[in-house]
Design a protein around this ligand. Structure first.
Ligand code: ADP
Ligand code: MG
Length: 692
């Protein structure tokens, strides 16, 4: 059967159209997707040993054994609920299997004398020696024995699918792979060099390990494979975008830079001076700049961008700065206009809201080179936005932009423009290499002088009313408030999560019925979001009830209180970013973290925020506490999410894979083999970076 992996999952036994829908929700559409859906690597269940009843450990762990059914009875629990108990025996003793809920109907299937294969949690029993709950029962035939004994995978599933459904699908897909072959994905020389298992053995052992040693080998190869193909894809992408255009060499800092420095109502901090020295040095070099400017929220990155834009302009070139939202772009426009006064340099803004006539004028001035600085959003990426001499591309809060978007902007120049990426998230070196390629980094630590630290308090939900009363007092005193929630709608919410729509509805009826408030979340249209944000920034709305969409750099100095609902749902670094929205004026500001999760670990974690205002330190703590996978999804960079590899933990593999990728791309026959291999992965996650 050719290309069996492209067949729809319905080609497998036991999967009809209904179940196929459930698979589709896990992004499993084809038989190949089934194989690429890896189990949780920390949760295999070891059923490799079929125990006797006497051997069963009564510590509540799941175990597997085989026994003969003696009798089944129905009983009533204290609460009047019916349940079934099947008594079983083998040569070593007796056990009772408890079946609750709908499961009790199963009892009928196991007539006295039938042999049952039982998996379940085993505890000490009352009538028999062992009591088994959460049991899975099967008639003990060859096939069931074959499929149930061994090291079994556990998958992350949605409600409508069981582990059994998935295991059965994977077994069939593996069977097809064995019969018709699973093509290789990594060039042979590399497989030999590292002594990797074949792809078939690897995939087979990641799902159903023959032993933990084989599992380890399988994982080693698959981790490498992911990182290797990711690196190859990224390098191809960059090759495509860096077509040997010449870079630009700027002169020493001149009048415009001096005028901007003069216009600042403050002097640069030491770390700003250092960052500016790095950047102006880069710009004076003919090699195109690729620099990441990392600085905590409020550390003053915008000034640095302004200086770089001034430098490009005084050398006769154009520069642009792209922000992730319209409101941020607007704020940049205002700040820059202030910084550039008396320089004679005009600055314009282009967003999706720009009127047609205005837009036409901007495009004209860009094309004839008279407009030197353009601020904007994704609207800058449109094809008809053409610059005469674009020399500098600044992106703010870059992690909101994808790899391809960044490339689109950089390609708008006959030169290779200098690229400055500003981010408030401290990004580990290996991640930066992956996401941005070969970038250099400037880090600004600390804050400009005279900043009042936000006071952070952590309370459990029973204090909510007191906190809300405090909120009303702030509003009455003329200030503004953010209430941040973890999810959008009730339907998406998990138990115990206060959704933003619910909180909004509740507040409007009670605490905030006398004040205008806004509701903001990611499902609104960009124009609606901008409108609400603007109303809040202008002070027309007193309270903004929102999801994390406000995370990125908006500046509302009059907002002095932020309340975070279900704070335990957020990472420390994220909470820190959120908290950066208050404390922007001269008044003392507060951030109140509400949580119903009373576990000591959680409370200890949130207390870290109370004690520290240093985003870099917090990000470090977050890494220790939550792991890299949670923090740095590649998807938000327009890259495939990794399933097995962890960009931080697997640093060595990443660096090795990077080297190998360079070597492979330099050799035409290896390059061809790699491209074929990438196609053989039949993984839609990777399609994006290989096809662009
Ligand atoms: P971010 O790094 O989060 O983008 P901004 O550039 O918005 O930070 O700066 C935050 C605030 O700090 C702004 O109001 C800015 O004018 C002010 N600021 C920046 N640099 C300094 C400085 N050296 N001294 C005093 N205030 C500064
Ligand atoms: Mg900023």
């Amino acid at each position: 059967m050719e290309n069996w992996w492209q067949q729809p999952v319905t080609a497998l036994k036991g999967i009809g159209s209904k179940r196929a829908e459930a698979f589709a929700r896990l992004e499993i559409v084809t038989v190949g997707d089934v194989l690429n859906f890896y189990p949780r690597l920390d949760s295999y269940i070891d059923y490799s040993h079929l125990a006797t009843i006497r051997e069963l450990k009564t510590d509540g762990t799941r175990q597997i054994f085989e026994a003969e059914a003696l009798r089944a009875v129905e009983r009533y629990s204290g609460g009047g609920k019916r349940y079934a108990v099947i008594t079983v025996k083998d040569e070593t003793g007796y056990a009772e299997i408890f079946l609750f809920g709908a499961q009790r109907f199963q009892a009928r299937r196991f007539k006295p004398g039938s042999r049952i294969l039982i998996t379940g949690r085993v505890k000490p029993g009352r009538n028999a020696a062992k009591a088994v709950s959460e049991a899975l029962l099967q008639l003990c035939d060859e096939e069931n024995l074959d499929h149930s004994v061994g090291i079994l995978p556990v998958y992350n599933l949605t409600e409508s699918l069981t582990q059994q459904n998935l295991r059965a699908a994977v077994r069939q897909a593996l069977q097809l792979a064995k019969e018709y072959g699973l093509p290789e994905t990594v060039p042979e020389t590399i497989r030999k060099q590292y002594g990797f298992l074949s792809r078939l053995d690897s995939v087979s052992n990641i799902h159903f390990p023959e032993s933990m040693e084989r599992f380890r080998l399988a994982k080693k190869r698959l981790v490498y494979e992911e990182l290797f193909l990711l690196q190859c894809g990224l390098m191809l992408n960059r090759e495509h975008n860096h077509d040997g255009r010449p870079g630009i060499k700027h002169g020493r800092n001149g009048d415009t830079v001096r005028q901007v420095l003069h216009n600042l109502p403050f002097t640069l901090t030491e770390s700003q001076q250092k960052a500016w020295a790095d950047i102006s040095g880069d710009m004076e070099d003919v090699k195109p700049m690729r620099r990441l400017l990392q600085g905590d929220v409020g550390s003053g990155k915008t000034v640095i961008a302004a200086l770089a834009l001034a430098k490009a302009a005084e050398n006769g070139f154009q520069g642009c700065i792209m922000a992730p939202t319209g409101i941020l772009a607007q704020q940049h426009l205002e700040t820059l206009t202030e910084f550039f006064k008396e320089t004679g340099i005009s600055i314009r803004i282009l967003t999706s809201n720009t009127k047609t006539a205005e837009r036409r004028k901007i495009l004209q001035e860009l094309a004839d080179g008279s407009l030197k600085i353009l601020v904007g959003t994704h609207a800058l990426l449109q094809e008809d936005v053409v610059f005469a001499h674009l020399a500098l591309v600044v992106t703010d809060e870059q992690h909101r932009f994808g790899v391809n978007q960044r490339a689109a902007l950089v390609n708008k120049s006959e030169y290779a423009p200098d690229v400055l990426i500003m981010t408030a998230t401290p990004i580990p070196r290996t991640l930066a290499l992956t996401v941005y390629g070969d970038v250099e980094t400037s880090v600004m630590r600390g804050m400009p002088p005279g900043r009042k630290a936000v006071e952070t308090l952590c309370y459990t939900g029973d204090m909510r009313h007191k906190i809300y009363a405090g909120m009303v007092r702030q509003i009455q005193a003329g200030r503004q408030v953010y209430v941040v929630c973890a999810s959008i709608e009730e339907s998406e919410a998990m138990e115990g999560i206060r959704s933003v729509t619910d909180v909004y509805a509740e507040m409007k009826k009670t605490w905030l019925k006398d004040f205008p408030c806004g509701l903001l979340h990611g499902k609104l249209k960009p124009a609606e979001k901008d409108e609400i944000m603007e109303a809040f920034a202008a002070g027309r709305l007193k309270c903004l009830i929102t999801t994390t969409v406000i995370e990125v750099g908006v500046n509302v100095p009059n907002a002095t209180l932020m309340i975070v609902e279900n704070a335990d749902r957020f990472g420390l670094a994220q909470l820190h970013q959120l908290r950066g929205r208050v404390g922007r004026g001269d008044k003392q500001s507060y951030c109140v973290l509400l949580t119903d999760n009373q576990e000591p670990d959680n409370l200890a974690r949130l207390t870290v925020l109370h004690n520290s205002n240093d985003g870099f330190e917090l990000a470090q703590r977050d890494l220790e506490l939550r792991g890299a996978g949670q923090l740095f999804g590649l998807r938000q960079h327009g890259l495939p999410d990794l399933r097995l590899a962890d960009i931080l933990r697997d640093t060595d593999v990443l660096l090795a894979a990077r080297k190998d990728a360079l070597r492979v791309l330099a050799r035409p026959e290896l390059r061809q083999e790699m491209l074929q291999g990438a196609a053989n992965l039949f993984d839609s996650r990777f399609a994006g970076i290989f096809n662009s």
